[in-house]
Write a protein of this length. Sequence first.
Length: 210
Amino acid sequence: MESIGEFFKQVRETKGLTIDEVASKTRIRTDFVKALEDGNFAKLPDQVFARGFVRSYARSLGLDEEDAIHRFAQSAGSYYDKQVERERLKIRQAEEERKRQANRKAVAIAIGIAILALIFLLSREQSSLLVHRSSSDLPSSGSKRTTAPAPESQDAPLSHQTETVPQDQPAPNTKPSEAPVVSAKVSVGDNVEPVTSPVSTASAQRKGTV
């Protein structure tokens, strides 16, 4: 049995129609009409559109549409069966590719989380070491603490330079010292010889000689 393309071409030429005239009557692109006659189904759209082209072409030539569809199924059935299988394979490959991409994204996210967790743990460990070193540098509570003496204020009195005078003793007299005056009490009943000044004695002697 001849193919659907050969059958259409033979009827078209018998009626004296050109490919352009058939394309104009069926509103099918010229390259699609030629591909249908040549049996080049790969250049046609998917099977649904190709079946529509067959019906339109058969109608334009005055042929039975169902007989034309039957011839088309016999001629292009193996191709479209393989095409369906190819489409399924493409869909399966696309699905596998999506899964691989999702897995790669999941692995990348997991690696990123692991890196962040590692950075957090390292920073936390470093902080703990710094705190431990700081606490070890501080003196323990039981150790003896030495405090530096407080600086002496310049305004404060200096006890080692100032001599404190006791309140019970009179302050020392800074005036020139005077000879002590000795006073003696003379008893009335005692026989005391009068003390005669040498000056007065000499004066009396001069008076007697005169």
